[in-house]
Design a protein around this ligand. Sequence first.
Ligand code: BTN
Length: 326
Amino acid sequence: MTVDAQILTAMRRAGAGSVSGADLAQQLGMSRAAVWARIEELRKLGYEITANPHQGYRLLSTPDALHADDLLARLPDNQIVGRDIRVFEETNSTNDVAEKLARDGVKEGVVVFAEAQKKGRGRLGRQWLSPARKGLWFSVLLRPDLRPQAATQLTVVAATALARAIRRQTNLTPEIKWPNDILLRGKKVAGILTELSAELDHVKYLIIGIGVDVNLTSADLPAELRKTATSLRIESGQPVSRPELAAAVLRELDADYARIRNGQFEALADEWEEQCTTIGRTVTIRIGDRAQTGVAESLDSEGALLLRTQHGRLERIIGGDVTVEK
Ligand code: BTN
């Protein structure tokens, strides 16, 4: 952890109390003047910190911007996801940055955030609108010990963790639309783009790209999206803290990644199914120019959707575009 992350962690642990400059200096092996200089830098970034000569430093408020040190300080217990965090002011796509890190051999768990993306992409070659400081646009690099066929498990993990974090942070009730859309009152608020590099029998690495429309107003949404897309701010009627939500999602993702590593995919799939509005419905799934209609029954052990077709056959579907018919 960097010095700033340690200072923020210490102040967070102190809660409504303070942490003394002398204690910080001792813990960090630096002078009190050097600690003071770091506090000044944090203040410049928008952290409101009071300094009391007798009690020490106290963190009063944090800015809505994403800072790697701040995010790290919020995740002291994460094992894998979020143990390394990189924040960019602007990128083309965070999935591309994560992919480069993967090829460079960076360890799994690194998370790449961008305040804005110039070429954010969605599934099926669509664009993903990523305006500066309005949402969470980030990618997580994982190296799971899985066969490529089971990689859908990770999309299920991501959707479940994301829906849970949104519910806990906002009290809203997200629904999951297979395979990986998060909806609020039927409108899309977040999406997941999983990209993988695999050999025949194993996944080399996998990148989970997550986009959450956090504080967009309806004016930020192009007219053609207003009917189908929304944001947490629009739905809850108030701004939502992006760093708090980012940390909550990474905490849930880390916990759920541990669960599937321990062979507990079934429990997660059950939670996913409970929130999934696609299960039990008659749906049409389009893959390229092929369309398949049937009843979405459940997920199989690898995370694929089991669709009971009109002819009574059970089809295993791993991707596509879903329209709910009834
Ligand atoms: C979808 O619902 O179509 C998936 C949207 C995924 C968007 C995220 S934003 C961060 C990451 N970088 C990208 O270019 N896309 C994903």
